[in-house]
Design a protein around this ligand. Structure first.
Ligand code: IPM
Ligand code: MN
Length: 357
């Protein structure tokens, strides 16, 4: 019997389910035309799982995630869960999945389609052909460092930013290998003028660079990197950085491409098992209105096909079809464009499927 490719979909909250629906439609279509042997299952996660099971990451969901070959996650969170206990918040599910599956390597490409240069917050000439990759460490740093908590009196609170050499080295390798397949340029971002953890980060990345003589390495302080991203983003090829800095810089990079609704991401472990997510969040303000852009979720499926299943042909079929749809002027509501070319969430999904060959 052929081994099936098991995909677990975790639609989550807000616009997560709507954009996942479109991504699933695309997957099923590809499954049909390319005979990919894909089996799709769904489980609850985030606030909606909390409502149903009292837990944002139910045991069954975690078990299904561990058994799946790849995961597609929509989004988690929403204002209705802002006041519940920290341990039960929807975001804990995301952090729990990352930690439990050891998804330490977060790849966040920021690619500007040539048809969308006008949608960027920067002048078109500053961003034309922008194609950068942020490699964010995802299971360590201040997000997970111990000790953490509140003092007994409650008058102070603390977190720990900690990285071991091993953690830095393994994310560094992912970044250097990615750079070798791109423009062979890495910028490592830290705060080595202030933080010991960044001094270690810089040492380990510098030492590692000796194994990749074909890749040019530079270091940049995170405040400067934030500025350079909006001043001259095209100077970057691959950016490698820790969990917190990567979180912040990837939102900046996202905006340069016109809309956060366009950007996919992959979170991988050392076996290339991955969880794939649109970078945008749950967007409660537009939920259920058919206004969400499903492209980030659909591109996340493309990344899944490439990284987890080596299905490069199916991956490029998606990417090509999206470019074609954009070239014809079709836009979702988050993207600038004329009224008559605006498509709803599901119309955009259908349009993309229509063009897939
Ligand atoms: C992201 C998100 C998450 C993070 C939140 C929702 C926990 O902002 O994936 O960038 O901070 O990592
Ligand atoms: Mn973020």
């Amino acid at each position: 019997m052929n081994k099936k490719n098991n995909i677990l979909v975790l639609p989550g909250d807000g616009i997560g389910p709507e954009v996942c629906d479109e991504a699933i439609k695309v997957l099923k279509h590809l499954n049909y035309i390319y005979k990919l042997d894909i089996v799709i299952e769904e489980s609850a996660v985030g606030g909606s799982a909390y409502e149903e099971f009292g837990n944002p990451l139910p045991e069954d969901t975690l078990k299904a995630a561990k058994e799946a070959d790849a995961i597609l996650l929509g989004a988690v969170g929403g204002p209705q869960w802002d006041d519940i206990d920290y341990e039960l918040r929807p975001e804990r599910a995301l952090l729990g999945l990352r930690a439990e599956l050891d998804l330490f390597a977060n790849l966040r490409p920021a690619i500007l389609s040539k048809y969308l240069s006008d949608s960027s917050s920067l002048k078109p000439e500053k961003v034309q052909d922008l194609n950068l990759l942020i490699v964010r460490e995802l299971t360590g740093g201040i997000y997970f460092g111990e000790p953490r908590g509140r003092s007994k009196s409650g008058d102070s609170a603390f977190n720990t930013m900690i990285y071991s050499k091993n953690e830095i080295e393994r994310i560094g390798r992912i970044a250097f290998e990615a750079a070798q397949k791109r423009n062979k340029n890495i910028c490592s971002v830290d705060k080595a003028n202030v933080l010991e953890v960044s001094v270690l980060w810089r040492e380990v990345i510098s030492e590692l660079s000796e194994e990749y003589p074909d890749v040019e390495l530079s270091h940049m302080l995170v405040d400067n990197a934030a500025m350079q991203l909006v001043r001259d983003p095209k100077q970057f090829d691959v950016i490698v950085t820790g969990n917190l800095f990567g979180d912040i810089l990837s939102d900046i990079a996202a905006m340069l491409t016109g809309s956060i609704g366009m950007l996919p991401s992959a979170s991988l472990n050392s076996d290339n098992k991955g969880m794939y997510e649109p970078v945008h969040g749950s967007a409660p303000d537009i939920t259920g209105k058919e206004l969400a852009n499903p492209i980030a979720a659909i591109l996340s499926v493309a990344m899944m096909l490439k990284y987890s299943f080596n299905m490069n042909e199916a991956c490029s079929a998606i990417e090509k079809s999206i470019q074609e749809v954009l070239s014809e002027g079709y836009r979702t509501y988050d993207l600038e464009g004329s009224k008559e070319n605006k498509l709803s969430t599901s119309e955009m999904g259908n349009k993309i499927i229509e063009k897939i060959k």
